[in-house]
Design a protein around this ligand. Structure first.
Ligand SMILES: [Zn+2]
Length: 495
């Protein structure tokens, strides 16, 4: 009889400097499915659950479902949401009876109202329930802040090796293959993690794909792959960490699973983290002021100029309602331009009340935290109203249905502005196409993302510029008041 494997997914990248709490509604707006519905929803998609499903079919496993939950990065997960989500997995173990293994899809940078280390809490409770002999293997985001509790309670932690993240299925397959070898009694993975006094390294984890264009993370990942081929080493994961988290263990780390030998795992991790630390301060992208971005945007081209406001990236916990870039585009009188997106449910409701085709004047965006810019008074035409849902067809999350919530396209002069009810990073061409905007036909595309957009938008862009819109997700960590982070640490303290 095939093995019974309990499967769960609870993800969140928590920006503790965000004032937006993350509750169950925040999950429902992106992904919150229980029981067998998680398999219905995610089978065949470019996700970890999609990968677990195909591995289970091949290995003849029976998967025991619990919950699949993901929310756009934001502030701390509420205690109530954490009780519900973690409880669904831990209680699922109780209900399932005997299971042979546990496979989890986690992020690794979750902070809740009462747990600085959400994943460490979850893994410790699972370990307490299943005992020392049932293998527990988790996939992680490359931006995980990996703690000792996570490494000691999981047999292995398997992180993405791409940023933009496009290898969810491959990492799930890797985790499943290690699970199968463990169940067969071939190996007995145990893990350790190493960190250094740095908050930021390996170029934020950016990978370049093309070997001729290799950056710091590509070189470290190549070394990790080489070490992974050594006898007794089962998995080597390099994490860039997530710096906008005021917890003790934020920052880059290396987690290693070795065969039955935690000291070996630790020494391999300690060696590679030294190489990681040497990359601190290395940065392969150039960032531009809004004035520089607008000067470039005034030039027309046959393909779009992509302006990415990395500071308002909902994928890093940005509010997605910053308006400085849009304001500069309006002031410049840009035409043939589109922007994804301004998060402002009130503005969408005003557009719905006025109706398609109506001209409206409203105060757009800038409502969540005035520290990052005020609402922008705009007049435009309500060009389109939709329910905001679409299915991703790009390299990231292909096949996954996402929803902007009720959505309006507001045409302000020559700029089509997508105004949404849900916060969402711009990662897929369908974010525009589903709103009746062909991004390939625009001269300027403005979007909210710092790196993930490249997977879908680099192939259609004539040029990419990262534009500093002055919002929450500043890469200058010295702007934030850390209280719990271990000190001293680079770049906050003198070396
Ligand atoms: Zn990430």
């Amino acid at each position: 009889m095939g093995a019974r494997i309990l499967v769960g997914q609870v993800k969140h990248e928590t920006n503790t400097f965000s004032r937006l709490p993350t509750d169950l509604d925040s999950y429902a707006r992106r992904l919150l499915v229980y029981g067998d519905d998680m398999f219905q929803r995610l089978a065949g998609t470019r996700t970890e659950i999609g990968g677990f499903l195909q591995a289970a079919r091949r290995n003849g496993w029976t998967l025991v479902p619990t919950v699949a939950a993901d929310a756009t990065p934001s502030g701390k997960v509420t205690a109530a949401a954490w009780t519900e989500l973690s409880g669904t997995i831990v209680d699922g173990l109780e209900r399932a009876g005997k299971v042979d293994g546990v496979l989890l899809a986690l992020h690794g940078a979750m902070v809740t109202e009462d747990q600085d280390d959400g994943e460490g809490d979850l893994l410790a409770r699972i370990r307490a329930r299943v005992g020392p002999d049932v293998p527990v293997i988790a996939t992680l985001d490359l931006h995980a802040n990996v703690t000792d509790a996570m490494a000691s309670n999981a047999n292995a932690l398997i992180a993405y090796r791409t940023y933009p993240h496009v290898d969810h299925v491959e990492r799930a397959e890797q985790a499943a293959a290690l699970m199968q070898r463990t169940l067969a009694g071939e190996v007995r993975p145990v893990s350790a993690v190493a960190r250094r006094a740095t908050l930021d390294a390996v170029d934020h984890g950016r990978t370049h794909g093309d070997p001729k264009d290799a950056g710091p993370m590509d070189r470290i990942l190549a070394e990790a792959a080489r070490i992974e081929g050594e006898p007794g080493v089962l998995a080597v994961s390099v994490h860039a960490g997530f710096g906008w988290a005021d917890i003790r263990d934020a920052g880059p780390s290396v987690a290693v699973a070795a065969d039955g030998d935690r000291d070996r795992a630790r020494s391999v991790a300690e060696t590679l983290i030294d190489a990681v630390q040497k990359t601190q301060g290395q940065d392969t992208v150039e960032r531009h002021s809004l004035a520089e971005a607008i000067a470039e945007a005034r030039r027309r081209g046959d393909k779009p100029l992509v302006l990415a406001d990395f500071t308002d990236n909902p994928g890093g916990g940005g509010y997605g309602d910053a308006t400085r870039l849009l304001g500069a585009m309006i002031d410049a009188g840009l035409v043939d331009a589109a922007l994804h997106a301004i998060n402002d449910p009130d503005a969408v409701r005003a557009g719905q009340a006025a109706g398609t085709g109506a001209e409206v004047t409203l105060d757009l965006g800038g409502k969540i935290d005035p520290a990052y810019g005020a609402p922008l008074r705009v007049t435009g035409r309500v060009a389109r109203l939709t329910d905001g849902s679409f299915v991703c067809d790009g390299p990231m999350h292909k096949g996954v249905r996402l929803s902007h919530g009720p959505t309006m396209v507001l045409a302000i002069g020559g700029i089509d502005v997508i105004v949404t009810s849900n916060r969402m990073q711009t990662t897929d061409l369908q974010a525009f196409l589903s709103q009746g905007i062909d991004p390939r036909r625009k001269s300027v595309l403005a979007l909210k993302s710092s790196q993930h957009f490249r997977a879908a938008f680099a192939p259609i862009a004539r040029k990419i510029m990262l534009a500093d819109g002055g919002a929450l997700c500043s890469p200058d960590y010295r702007r934030f008041a850390y209280r719990k982070l271990r000190r001293p640490i680079w770049p906050l303290d003198p070396a």
